[in-house]
Design a protein. Sequence first.
Length: 297
Amino acid sequence: MHIKIENLNKIYPNGNYAIKDLTLDIPNGMFGLLGPNGAGKSTLMRILVTLMRPSNGKVTFNEYDLAKNRKQIRSMLGYLPQDFSFFSKLKTYEFLDYTARLAGLKNGSVRKNAVERMLEEVGLYEARDRNANKLSGGMKRRLGIAQALINDPQVIIVDEPTTGLDPEERIRFRNLLSNISTRDVVIILSTHIVGDISSTCDNMALLNRGELAFAGSPEQFLKKAEGCVWQIQVSESEYLEINEKYPVISTIPIEKGWEVQVVTNDINGYSGVQITPNLEHAYVYFMENSLNQWTNT
Ligand code: ADP
């Protein structure tokens, strides 16, 4: 599976320009779509899952054109929206059985097999008779991914995957997705949390104000920020100055002031050491650069 997005634009009726001339290739595997609130991620997701049409531009899923083959594309999709919720009265098993029916699994015994297999896969088999509404946040999220996967989709889209999950559930959910990504599928994770874009993502893109700020592998993302992350020891007064001039990533109190990490090409006169960038540093680096691009033009 390969999704190709070419010169995509979305302008809402009120004039909000949410996606600006976006060209992006999304190959097989896990793809992280990162960006701050308002970047255009949900707009792009809604376009990809055929809930909304773009203003112009072209999107293809393999040989299928999103403008012409909406039905075929819908049958390839599994979607877990951010605000996923379910009918309160249903038990876990009943809920998944219901969504399997909606997804077109009409044959009773085929459906039963599929539902049981999926409950096993997401670790909810033991909870199959519990009221779906009473599951923990992490379990609900796993039930959400189960309904998105029940029809063996080739494209799986998950919006804000870890919202509301505690760290343990976060890891479990991420592992579940990375097990699936070994199949011939595209998984798109849309998130504003840098930590969701871990090394489990094969490729990623950063959106900012509807524009593409970066596309490539997480390794390339880190590499671009090399040489631009500094650790500096400063006094109280220098700290205030630094904070004005540079994006400060972290601040640790030391005996005579502060040890700060900043993202910048040049620390002009301060004495500091360069450190290896992590994803958060790289995120700030790209956000700053794309912001500077706008202020300079
Ligand atoms: P993200 O998911 O990255 O937070 P969105 O796609 O929700 O970003 O929003 C991108 C931009 O489009 C924002 O400026 C937002 O205010 C605007 N927007 C989103 N939905 C609508 C809508 N239905 N009508 C008008 N503007 C919208």
